[in-house]
Design a protein around this ligand. Structure first.
Ligand code: NAD
Length: 484
């Protein structure tokens, strides 16, 4: 056991166990060994977490925003101080290289805590003057108990991206991490309580989908924020809608990246690498459909293969390693099955795509060329290191093809023509767009998807609207004029 937390759940400021819950094996993807054993929440654990969150929320909301912000900013500082320790846990949980986790996980969580901690003191309503001296004022109020449900690719970041704005607004949270990566959210909860959040303000319960499902339908819950796949999103959104609960949905994608032949090829290749192979390709916003204008296709493919050959694949705890295993055997097999489909449907595998034999779930990054729009690898989210390169001739044609998908999470364009860059971005049907870069997600900027990729936005000031609601107060300065 590399890291066994004190217990499976963190509720009301302490670790709690109920061994009656289904066993969750935590597997280290680099070796396949079980590194920890946890239990899914039983109904008693779920009840305890929701009661704790409900009881703590009023006290937390009664603090001034500045006081709440101070707690979040302290938690942010603590996360940065413990970055290496947290990164090791993240690497063991996900298999992502320590080279990545030390710069993109706890640090990104800390950014969210710092940013929303800074905003907390400025969350206000407004004053609206009316005729005759009457006026309206609005009060920004917390929603109550919010449920966060996470995916397995960025467990620390997701726990903070949901927790920080929720807590800044005066809500409490019950967070359920993915059953594949349950460890790091427990550390986020520990840190928040140590930083001064009242017990019960941020709780973590473990479990498979059923635990998530029972959280959403509970009458104590006001809102659910999910990061996951489209099929799960449909279920969670429908369950929340039945009780008219607030939702944020951060779902899957099959995002386009368009490279015009006037683009800086090295930048475009760099963008395609980051947008397909970072975290072994397990990033929701990845630009997995890379449309390359015919004039630079061969040059682009050549440089891509040359640069990919420099990726150091191996032990994710080795600081020189830039490409680790996939998160699980299951996810590796899904990616392998798409690679087989790509070959069977006539795409040209120009790089990698083979399982690396030995222990752990290692897969070589794969590049397909000559991909056409209807192939499975160009239509379905793979969530693995599989890039599809498609050819195009004209701007009009490529924009129509880029948008011809049910998803709308992200989209990018590489070109030296400034007018074209803005024209193409204006035409993209996607929530998060990039010009001459790809996949950056600073906390200051809204992040989220259009179409089937999501509802609502995370990060930025916009996230505040998704974790609070306005109360309108009409104040009369005149007599009431009733007709009878
Ligand atoms: P998933 O949909 O299988 O699971 C996501 C979470 O939902 C897990 O915690 C799971 O236990 C829970 N869940 C499953 N069924 C549920 C139900 N009926 N009710 C409530 N909760 C339920 O997704 P995953 O495999 O963990 O993650 C990969 C997916 O997440 C990909 O589609 C990826 O694109 C997406 N993702 C999106 C973003 C984003 O910000 N848009 C970020 C990361 C990942």
């Amino acid at each position: 056991m590399l890291y066994q937390p004190k217990a499976s759940h963190f509720i009301n400021g302490e670790y709690v166990e109920d061994t009656a819950g289904d066993v969750i094996d935590v597997v280290y993807p680099a070796t396949g060994e079980t590194i920890a054993k946890l239990h899914a929440a039983t109904p008693a654990i779920i009840d305890l977490a929701l009661n704790s969150a409900k009881a703590a929320q009023k006290e937390w909301a009664a603090l001034s925003g500045t006081e709440r912000g101070r707690v979040l900013r302290k938690a942010s500082d603590m996360m940065r101080e413990r970055n290496y320790e947290l990164s090791v846990i993240e690497t063991h949980d996900t298999g992502k290289p320590i080279q990545e986790t030390t710069v993109a996980d706890a640090t990104s969580g800390a950014d969210a805590l710092e940013y929303f901690g800074g905003l907390a003191g400025s969350l206000t309503g407004e004053h609206i003057p009316l005729a005759g001296g009457d006026f309206v004022y609005t009060m920004r109020e917390a929603l109550g108990v919010c449920v966060g449900i996470g995916a397995w690719n960025y467990p620390t970041q997701i726990a903070c991206w949901k927790g920080a704005p929720a807590l800044a607004c005066g809500n409490s949270m019950v967070f359920k991490p993915s059953e594949t990566t349950p460890l790091s959210a427990l550390k986020v909860a520990e840190i928040l309580i140590e930083a001064g959040a009242p017990k019960g303000v941020y709780n973590v319960v473990q479990g498979y989908g059923a635990v998530g499902a029972s959280l959403i339908t509970d009458p104590r819950v006001a809102k659910v924020s999910l990061t996951g796949s489209v099929p799960t999103g449909r279920k969670v959104y429908a369950a929340a809608a039945a009780e008219m609960k607030h939702v944020t949905m951060e779902l899957g994608g099959k995002s386009p990246m368009i490279v015009f032949d006037d683009a800086d090829v090295e930048n475009a290749v760099g963008g395609a690498i980051l947008g397909n192979f970072y975290s072994s390709g397990q990033v929701c916003s990845n630009g997995t459909r890379v449309f390359v204008q015919k004039g630079i296709k061969e040059k682009f493919l050549k440089r891509l293969s040359e640069r990919l050959a420099n990726a150091k694949i191996g032990d994710p705890m080795d600081e020189d390693v830039s490409f680790g295993p996939m998160v699980s055997e299951n996810q590796m097999n899904i990616a392998l099955s798409y690679i087989e489909k790509g070959v069977a449907e006539g795409a040209r595998l120009v790089y990698g795509g083979k399982r690396i034999e030995g222990e752990g779930y290692y897969l070589e990054p794969a590049i397909f060329a000559d991909v056409t729009d209807n192939m499975s690898i160009a239509r379905e989210e793979i969530f693995g290191p599989v890039m599809s390169v498609l050819d195009f001739d004209t701007e009009e044609e490529v924009l129509a093809r880029a948008n011809d998908t049910e998803f709308g999470l992200a989209a990018g364009v590489f070109t030296a023509d400034i007018m074209r860059a803005h024209r193409v971005v204006a035409g993209f049907e996607a929530g998060t767009c990039y010009i001459n870069t790809y996949n950056l997600a600073p906390v200051e900027a809204p992040f989220g998807g259009s179409k089937m990729s999501g509802v609502g936005r995370e990060n930025s000031k916009l996230a505040i609207n998704h974790f609070s609601e306005m109360k309108t107060v009409y104040v009369s300065m005149n007599d009431v004029e009733a007709p009878y």
